[in-house]
Design a protein around this ligand. Structure first.
Ligand code: GLU
Length: 475
């Protein structure tokens, strides 16, 4: 096992640490407790060989466990050619604060495999994923009770199904084997609504922001989401779903979508679904007929808009470009898209930032629901749905008899309908995102030392974590 390596001032983990330190200074926590909260519990590094096309290749992977004050430790696994240990540790730490903020009772963890998935066939990816899983299981870094991965950049349902199956074969006697990983396909023990959960959470987060006039004024935004001009960076799982739901259900105008090879823009609004389908079909949206393409993806972040949603990678807004950003509100759908220095520059300009630990917590929230579903071995709503329907029918009939008038078909079906698993997942996610924002809002406006939502989020998270340390002591 590798020790935590020294990180330079500009590294991802030191950026996270600096943001957390600021919250510590407000909370006046004693140095020992602060250090215990900040320290990354353990980091596993694995190097393993796999025979690919007749040749042996050695792969490097990590799994960092940042905290275990709640178990299991939770967080995704990314497959990316740029991954390194520092990034994995920073992301594991963010998971700790994220879970605490939204009351998901997990510790924080993250994993990565240093790989460019586009260079391998499906079968090769399966072989590599299963081999990586074997390492994690053998070394105690994957287990339904202690460490539960999920999808992240470069991984999805397919990889989660392979991970779950590998774990099951290694632990056939574990009755809870399905709970060893979340983000699985529904037919393999996954939960409805998990694929789009992070994007859906981004939508719910923005909706909640727009319910707070005081925060809208701070961002210099008028009331009402409809018609707001939004730029999204990244058309991966999170960016795609967030942009699609906001456009289709909240009537925002997606004026630009930024990807690694350029930006497509249209002042009258892009049709997200069409852009997405075009990109899948052609491998790029360069030739998309409904907008104008430019290769300047970096400069596109600086275009004028109401809301900027970075939903791609970390450190996209740094002190190099922060002063040129023109958005009124930045919604961090990705993890760590704004560096510590850039954060200050943006706030000095009056731009409001909704922080990643809050904004993208929808994924882990629905993962929590999936884990509970796996442990209870039953789909949410299975027992009560038809009963609720029966009662609803009785109620609707009584209402009609009492009033002497017939209910409209839509009102009747609203009263009668029992909640499906997807209804419950959405309701639980919406409730989680609303509660967490309201807590942040209250904390922000009740303490003069707290000037921004990110600090409020870290203060809330650290307060909760430190309470658990103080309650049970350090063991
Ligand atoms: N990878 C996601 C995140 O960064 C999801 C983690 C999970 O569901 O455990 O929050």
């Amino acid at each position: 096992m590798a020790n935590k390596k020294q990180s330079s001032a500009s590294s991802f983990s030191s950026n996270v640490d600096r943001m957390v330190d600021h919250a510590f200074s407000i909370l006046n926590l004693d140095a020992g407790t602060a250090q215990a909260i900040k320290a990354c519990d353990s980091v596993l590094q694995v190097k393993f060989p796999v025979k690919i096309r007749g040749e042996i290749q050695t792969f490097t992977g990590w799994r960092a466990v940042h905290s275990t004050h709640r178990l299991p430790a939770k967080g995704g696994i990314r497959f990316a050619a740029y991954s390194d240990q520092d990034e994995v540790e920073a992301l594991a730490a963010l998971m700790t604060y994220k879970c605490a903020l939204v009351d998901v009772p997990f510790g924080g963890s993250k994993g990565a495999l240093h790989i460019d998935p586009s260079q391998y066939s499906r079968d090769e990816m399966q072989l590599i994923t299963r081999r990586y899983t074997l390492e994690l299981v053998r070394k105690g870094f994957l287990n339904p009770a202690t460490n539960v991965p999920a999808p992240d950049v470069g991984t999805g349902q397919r990889e989660m199904a392979w991970i779950a199956d590998t774990y099951k074969h290694l632990n056939p006697e574990d009755i809870n084997y399905q709970a060893c990983v979340t983000g699985k396909p529904v037919q393999q023990g996954g939960i409805r609504g998990r694929v789009e959960a992070t994007g859906r959470g981004v939508q719910y987060a923005i909706r909640e922001f727009f319910r707070h006039p005081r925060d809208l004024t701070a961002a210099n935004l008028s009331a009402g989401l409809a018609g707001k001009r939004v730029i999204v960076q990244g058309l991966g799982n999170v960016g795609y779903h967030a942009a699609k739901f906001l456009q289709e259900e909240d009537d925002v105008k997606i004026t630009a979508i930024i990807e690694y090879d350029g930006v497509i823009s249209n002042e009258n609004g892009l049709n997200v679904e069409e852009v997405y389908r075009f990109k899948i079909e052609h491998g790029s949206f360069k030739e998309f007929p409904g907008g104008t393409f430019s290769p300047d993806n970096k400069g596109a972040l600086e275009m004028e808009c109401d809301i900027l949603i970075p939903a791609a990678l970390e450190r996209q807004i740094s002190k190099e470009n922060a002063s040129r950003i023109q958005a009124k509100l930045i919604v961090e759908a990705a993890n760590g898209p704004i560096t510590f220095d850039a954060d200050k520059i943006l706030r000095d300009k009056g731009i409001v930032i909704m922080p990643d630990v809050y904004v993208n917590a929808g994924g882990v929230t629905v993962s929590y629901f999936e884990w509970i579903r796996n442990l209870s071995h039953i789909r949410f709503g299975r027992m009560e749905r038809r009963y609720d329907e029966l009662r609803g029918n009785e109620y609707a009939t009584l209402l009609e008899e009492a009033t002497g008038s017939k209910l409209s078909a839509s009102t009747r079906s609203m009263i009668v309908r029992g909640a499906s698993e997807l209804d419950l997942v959405r309701s639980g996610l919406d409730d989680t995102m609303r509660n967490a924002y309201q807590e942040m809002h209250e904390t922000l406006h009740s303490n003069d030392k707290i000037a921004d939502l990110r600090t409020a989020a870290f203060v809330i998270a650290i307060r909760k974590i430190s309470r658990s340390y103080l309650d049970v002591g350090i063991y």
